[in-house]
Design a protein around this ligand. Structure first.
Ligand SMILES: [Zn+2]
Length: 205
């Protein structure tokens, strides 16, 4: 069948070239890593290139940046292209290994992962997860996180993934609120809930 798709491309928006080209040295502290991720989320919102979520993978001991991801669901029409998935996919593809454990890798995400991204984490090989805005705040602002086990932090710990919550949480929440205030569409899994004025769309994460 001629129109059955054979490939897809996940590419960061053009503004990311400037951001990544300007990266100066390793990011020593988790706060620095999160500040970089939030800068990407803000640029993503400011440029109208997608939803207000960003994530990055770092080599945990050194702080070397391995990849950046942003939510690309709307521009790519790929429902699974959440920021965390994009960051993990680019890190693996860039390094030539699906197992990021080789880097003692840390995923830093502007928002606590949704149910889908949470499920993807144990298969990525990361050893550390650092989150910005808390799950409850994400939902309160209007984004769907899906069904997550109440003990998900402990469960990741049992899988060897240490979890750090609420790093620059207020600043991370502010990015989500700015997106909503600017009229950005919130696209949620089961029932899209449109806000006034249209704009880009997004799913949680
Ligand atoms: Zn997600």
């Amino acid at each position: 069948v001629a129109d059955v798709p054979r490939a897809l491309q996940l590419r960061l928006p053009a503004w990311a070239d400037e951001l990544l080209d300007g990266v100066d040295g390793p990011f020593a502290a988790v706060e620095e890593r999160m500040a970089f991720v939030l800068e990407a989320a803000r640029r993503h919102v400011d440029h109208g290139t997608g939803g207000p979520f960003a994530a990055a993978v770092f080599e945990r001991p050194s702080g070397r940046l391995l990849s950046l991801g942003v939510n690309l669901v709307v521009p790519t029409s790929v429902s699974v292209a959440h920021a965390e998935i994009v960051a993990l996919a680019l890190a693996g593809a860039g390094a030539g290994t699906f197992d990021l454990g080789a880097f003692d890798a840390e995923l830093v995400t502007s928002a606590e992962p949704c149910a889908m991204c949470l499920g993807a984490l144990p298969w990525s090989g990361i050893n550390s997860l650092v989150c910005g805005v808390r799950d409850a705040a994400i939902r309160e602002i209007g984004f769907d996180e899906g069904h997550k086990p109440a003990d998900w932090v402990e469960a990741l710990g049992d899988r060897g993934i240490a979890v750090t919550l609420d790093v620059h949480g207020e600043e991370a929440a502010a990015v989500l609120r700015a997106y909503v205030a600017a009229g950005g569409v919130i696209y949620n899994g089961a029932e899209p809930a449109e806000l006034p004025d249209g704009g880009g769309g997004v799913t949680g994460g």
